[in-house]
Design a protein around this ligand. Structure first.
Ligand code: PLP
Length: 356
């Protein structure tokens, strides 16, 4: 018997996907992935070295990650009575959520353009996905969103707050209307919380179907892969059954715990990024021929006359940003730049001027 070929065996919706592409950034000023550009102080890095030296890597990690969760609870001001679920990045939490609701006919709803993993992971889990377009200026279209909720009765709604790639915070009162109208779970993805300082965390006690998702990635620990979800135990106890037993490795648990014990350092770095964001935003606004979108995150979305030319010009000058021009029809000629160090931002601005 002839063994089956990939096109016979692999699900159609998986073969139709384009793999998430991560470009090789070696040698570039890397402003493409919303990373924190600042290293940790040498003293703290020495302490992390000790932790790595002494970690019992021959043993499985603490499956419940007790110490890390306790630290997150205080640092992230998790409301009393709420549970925490940890993921290998918040991407894994999105996957757990999608698997949990993947009944036949279930729908995940997202806003577009937004974080691409909501749609991709819906496909991974075999769940249908509905994208509601944002307005041309990337603000929320409340009427269209409420109409889509009524029509599709989504089991799960993902809202990035602030939104990626546009950078804006959606109107709070509109989001509360969505929370009131949603029949299923509403996940507020606060990956950029530390740059926005606005949160739905305090509203968890008021809305039974609200879940708040965060990550340490944009805060300065992207390499560790740690995301978390906060919500009522009734939901999180079910989701926890889908979590692979040792999804958070021992080094991530212990190093994240130690860094979060010095959360003031990350907070100072975030404050530096926020003030650089303001400076970069102003500098961009002063350049003719660029449209700059407001940002509450650590990146800025801009529109130029020809994104491909500008992107390539920057690349030739050693600067890597993200070209979103073909990511979504509403992102035509859009580029996204991560806020870097003052020196990196200066290099970016000079190269941008030369590339326009
Ligand atoms: C970067 C990002 C994430 C993914 O974070 P990880 O924890 O690194 O997986 C999730 N949501 C949004 C909106 C993001 O921009």
């Amino acid at each position: 018997m002839m063994p089956l070929k990939p096109d016979q065996l692999i699900r159609d919706e998986i073969r139709a996907l384009a793999a998430y592409h991560v470009p090789d950034a070696s040698g570039y000023v890397k402003l493409d992935a919303m990373e924190n550009p600042y290293p940790l102080p040498a003293e703290l890095r020495d302490a992390l070295g000790q932790i790595a030296r002494d970690a019992a890597i021959n043993r499985y990690p603490d499956a419940a990650a007790t110490a890390l969760k306790a630290r997150l609870r205080t640092v992230m001001e998790v409301p009393e009575g709420m549970e925490i679920l940890l993921g290998n990045g918040s991407d894994e939490i999105i996957q757990i959520l999608a698997m949990a609701i993947a009944k036949p006919g279930a729908t995940i709803l997202g806003l577009e353009p937004s974080f691409v993993m909501y749609k991709m992971i819906a496909a991974f889990a075999g769940v249908s996905y509905v994208g509601v377009p944002l307005r041309a200026n990337f603000t929320l279209d409340l009427d269209a969103t409420l109409a889509a909720i009524a029509a599709h009765q989504p089991a799960l709604i993902f809202i990035a707050y602030p939104n990626n790639p546009s950078g804006n915070l959606f109107d709070m009162s509109a989001l509360l209307r969505i929370l009131d109208a949603a029949p299923g779970l509403v996940v507020l993805d606060e990956a950029y919380h530390v740059f926005a300082l606005e949160s739905f965390m305090p509203l968890l006690t008021r809305y039974p179907n609200l879940l708040v998702m965060r990550t340490l990635s944009k805060l300065g620990l992207a390499g560790l892969r740690l995301g978390f979800l906060v919500g009522r135990p009734a939901w999180l106890n079910e989701l926890d059954k889908l979590r692979l037993p040792y999804n958070i490795n021992i080094l991530t648990q212990q190093i994240a715990e130690q860094v979060l014990a010095h959360a003031d350092i990350l907070e100072q770095q975030a404050a530096a990024i926020r003030s650089e964001r303001a400076r970069l935003m102003q500098a961009l606004a002063d350049i003719a021929g660029i449209e700059v979108f407001p940002s509450a995150a650590n990146f800025i979305l801009l529109r130029v006359a020809n994104a491909d030319t500008v992107f390539e010009g920057l690349k030739q000058r050693g600067i890597l940003i993200k070209n979103l021009s073909r990511a979504h029809p509403q992102l035509q000629n859009c580029l996204r730049v991560t806020v870097g160090t003052p020196d990196e931002n200066q290099q970016f601005l000079a190269s941008l001027n030369a590339s326009l």
